[in-house]
Design a protein around this ligand. Structure first.
Ligand code: ASP
Length: 325
């Protein structure tokens, strides 16, 4: 049986062009999906690919405008009995946010793989072809279903919940936390580090095309509480604190956030450090705060948006959701 995969393109460096094999500057999101599929057609991949251009942007501009087109396109592909899996091509800068949003809002029925590249298509050492060939290998593998949305970068597979971009340059720019990666892949081989954990599960959240406003407050030495007043508008429903260390903040900022929490604005403590858990502290109860656990601030923001959109705002219930899978 021929494996049939749907490729949904959104742009990024994987579709970028520099105009020089050794130049530094390039434009993300230049190659269209038809041209891209023609290019990968020469690789001898063991799957039939059909493509659709959802957007062609630098992923710094990623947001609801594209997500609201991408999500229904994936749902349509998943519902098609002829489609075995979906590949989303994406810029690496915000790839982790899109992947996590999809992870939380898609059923775990067929493989959904998000892939990018760190070097533009005409650069020496373009990583996009290998990453794409690896993504095809993963999306063709029936055991990829039931693991949520997957991210393929380099020769590693990551769960969307764990993956994060940790370097600005170089092909090894992604890492996972707390699971470093969940398997190894090459264009011709694949090895999982464990069994699927979500097989047959429905989507955890309904799709929301109007996500509530949640701000991220970046904590630094000498941060003053009045910054919050400039950050938060009348529509803001939540704040994720990118705190120092284990989600810590200056005392006046804590007081200002605790006051916001009593006004019904959700406050989640995450960390600005690259890795590590932010666990619940005894004072969180009195402050009305929620601990982000292993999620970094940008992913904590996505989860909080979906929780608020689903009508959840009680800190204890929010904490249970952050404690869950
Ligand atoms: N700025 C690019 C993007 O995120 C970077 C990349 O794709 O590697 O679209």
């Amino acid at each position: 049986m021929t494996i049939q995969l749907t490729v949904l393109a959104t742009g990024g460096t994987i579709a970028g062009i520099a105009g020089s094999a050794i130049g530094h500057d390039y434009r993300a999101g230049e190659i269209g999906i038809e041209d891209y599929l023609e290019q990968v057609g020469g690789l001898g991949l063991e799957a039939e690919l059909s493509g659709r251009q959802i957007a062609n942007i630098d992923s710094a501009d990623m947001g609801p405008g594209v997500w609201n087109a991408l999500h229904p396109a994936i749902m349509e592909a998943l519902a098609d009995p002829a489609c075995n899996g979906v590949i989303v091509t994406h810029g690496t800068d915000t790839l982790e946010e899109t992947a996590f949003l999809l992870d939380l809002t898609l059923p775990a029925t067929k493989p959904v793989v998000v892939v990018g590249a760190m070097r533009p298509a005409d650069a020496v050492g373009y990583d996009g072809l290998r990453n794409f060939a690896n993504a095809v290998r993963v999306a063709s593998n029936p055991d990829a279903a039931g693991r949520g949305t997957l991210v393929v970068m380099g020769d590693r597979m990551f769960a969307a919940r764990d993956v994060r971009k940790v370097r600005t340059r170089g092909a090894e720019a992604f890492r996972g936390f707390p699971r470093e990666s969940i398997g190894l892949v090459t264009p011709s081989s694949l090895e999982w580090f464990g069994a699927p954990w979500q097989r047959g599960d429905g989507a955890r959240f309904a799709w929301c095309d109007d996500l509530p406003e949640v701000a991220i407050l970046y904590v630094h030495a000498a941060l003053e509480a009045d910054m919050l007043g400039r950050l938060i508008g009348p529509q803001t429903r939540g704040v994720v604190v990118a705190g120092v260390g284990e989600g810590n903040m200056p005392e006046p900022v804590r007081q200002a956030l605790a006051a916001l929490s009593t006004r019904g604005i959700a406050v989640v403590r995450a960390s600005r450090t690259e890795e590590g858990l932010v666990d619940r502290e005894p004072e969180d109860e009195a402050n009305g705060f929620v601990a982000a656990r292993a999620l970094n601030p940008q992913k904590a923001r996505i989860l909080l948006q979906l929780l608020l959109a689903s009508g959840e705002s009680d800190p204890a219930a929010l904490q249970r959701a952050f404690d869950g899978r």
